[in-house]
Design a protein around this ligand. Structure first.
Ligand code: B16
Ligand code: MG
Length: 216
């Protein structure tokens, strides 16, 4: 019997990957690195600094910057990204999300957010769904990023449920690997790339029955 839902944010609740991509592409061009939409798939679910490291490696510039220069580059990207986020509204919830969260609330199923994004609280406010989540894991409190299970285990602990009692939702392979390593039931949300290891795969959340999920 399941007792709570743990959601990734980008790619599950809303599609902010396109804004991450625009901001990273712009930043990369300032240091003469070209990235494309295919390369961008590798950045999904990966933390800000790890994303920068992957972009630098892609451009053969892993050793070209000091740590403080890298922090400045990441900060520059985030400033641009947050500017792009200003346009978010409830219309940017992915299809079926509003209905799913409304039904979970009616059934009093606790919901949490396990996102690598430090901007998660701001994004949830813009989408007007912040009140639908009892907890948001602060990625600053974690030692390891996805695919390490830490963020999902922390979310379950904060929701006062065991990993076995959690259903977790992810759109990225790194996140799905994290859910399975945490010993949770995994819903893979497809947005293009194939996903491996999910207990169930859907394109949108309203393909799921909450009753059936809770009974798994
Ligand atoms: P920020 P998720 C992740 O969100 C994104 O998929 C990933 O592309 C991004 O680098 C990461 O958040 C960090 O985001 O720069 O806003 O802290 O999929 O874990 O919800
Ligand atoms: Mg994601």
């Amino acid at each position: 019997m399941k007792k709570g839902f743990i959601f990734d944010l980008d790619g599950v609740i809303t599609d902010t990957a396109k804004y991450h991509y625009l901001a990273w592409k712009y930043l990369a061009e300032t240091i003469d690195i070209e990235i494309d939409i295919v390369f961008n798939e590798q950045l999904k679910g990966i933390s800000r600094m790890d994303s920068l490291e992957r972009i630098l490696a892609h451009g053969n510039k892993s050793d070209a910057f000091t740590l403080s220069e890298k922090e400045a580059l990441a900060h520059q990207k985030n400033t641009h990204y947050v500017e792009l986020l200003q346009q978010l509204s409830p219309a940017d919830l992915l299809p079926g999300v509003h209905e799913f969260l409304t039904e979970a609330k009616q059934k009093q199923i606790p919901c949490g957010i396990a996102s690598a994004s430090k901007n998660a609280p701001f994004i949830l406010e813009k989408l007007e769904v912040a009140d639908d989540f009892q907890i948001i894991v602060n990625p600053d409190t974690l030692k390891k990023g996805k695919p390490d299970p830490e963020i999902f285990l922390k979310a379950a602990e904060m929701l006062h449920i065991t990993p076995e009692e959690a259903v977790a939702f992810e759109d990225a392979q790194a996140g799905l690997d994290a859910i399975k390593a945490a010993g949770m039931y995994a819903v893979g949300v497809l947005s293009g790339e194939a996903l491996h290891g999910a207990d169930i795969l859907v394109h949108r959340l309203d393909e799921l029955s909450i009753e059936t999920l809770l009974a798994t």
